[in-house]
Unconditional design. Structure first.
Length: 203
C-alpha cells in the first residue's frame, strides 16, 4: 500500500510541478527531486546505522514521510521561481525565489526534525528509533534539497531562459499541440513569454 501511495505521489509531482508546456514542463526536475528523496533516505539511514540505530517494522513508513516533505519543498521552490519575471537572468530569478522559499523550507524542516527529535525521548523502543531515524533523514533531505536539487533547478531555469524544450532540448512539442493541452494550463505570463526558440511556428 505504501508503494502505491509513493507511486501516485511521484506521478502527481511529475505532472503538476511544471505545466503542460514544451518550455515550462519540469519532468527532469521532478525526477531529480524524487531521486533526491531517495538519496536522503539512503544517507539518513546510513548515518543512523553508523550511530548505532536499529530498525523495526514501522520504519517502512519512512519513504512515504520523506517523499511528502520532499515534494512539498520542491513545490515551494518551483512556485517561488514561477512568481519571478521570466525575462530576468536565471541567477537573479533563483536568488529572488530563494529569498522567499529558503526561510520557509528551513523553518519547516527544522520544525519537523525537532518534533521527531523530541519524539526520540519516548520510552517505547520502536517509536524512539523511528523518531530518531526520521529526524536525521529530514535533515539530510534538507541538505540534499538545498544543494543537489537546487542545482537542477538552476539548470532548468537557465533552460527556460534560453527557451529550450524539456529533456535537454529533445522535447520539441509546440505550445499549442494536443500533448501540451493546447496551452490550456499556461498562465498569461507564460503565454506572453512565447514559444520554443526553435519552433517553426514562431519563425
Amino acid at each position: 500500500m505504501v508503494q502505491i501511495a509513493i507511486l501516485l505521489v511521484s506521478v502527481y509531482t511529475i505532472l503538476v510541478l511544471g505545466t503542460f508546456s514544451a518550455i515550462h514542463c519540469r519532468c527532469v526536475v521532478s525526477l531529480m527531486g524524487l531521486l533526491c528523496v531517495g538519496i536522503s533516505y539512503a544517507s539518513g539511514f546510513g548515518l543512523s546505522y553508523l550511530l548505532g540505530g536499529e530498525t523495526a517494522g514501522v520504519h517502512g513508513l519512512m519513504p512515504f514521510l520523506l517523499i511528502g516533505i520532499g515534494v512539498d519543498d520542491m513545490f515551494v521552490v518551483c512556485n517561488a521561481i514561477d512568481q519571478t519575471d521570466l525575462k530576468k537572468p536565471a541567477a537573479d530569478r533563483v536568488r529572488e525565489a530563494m529569498e522567499h522559499a529558503g526561510p520557509s523550507i528551513t523553518i519547516t524542516s527544522l520544525t519537523n526534525a525537532l518534533a521527531f527529535a523530541f519524539g526520540g525521548l519516548n520510552s517505547l523502543t520502536a517509536l524512539r528509533s523511528f523518531c530518531i531515524f526520521a529526524a536525521i533523514c529530514i535533515m539530510m533531505l534538507y541538505l540534499v534539497v538545498m544543494t543537489v536539487f537546487l542545482c537542477v533547478v538552476v539548470w532548468d531555469t537557465e533552460r527556460v531562459g534560453r527557451k529550450k524544450g524539456e529533456c535537454c532540448g529533445m522535447f520539441c512539442c509546440k505550445q499549442d499541440s494536443l500533448f501540451c493541452c493546447r496551452g490550456f494550463f499556461l498562465s498569461p505570463k507564460m503565454i506572453a513569454y512565447g514559444t520554443l526558440k526553435d519552433d517553426p511556428a514562431t519563425g
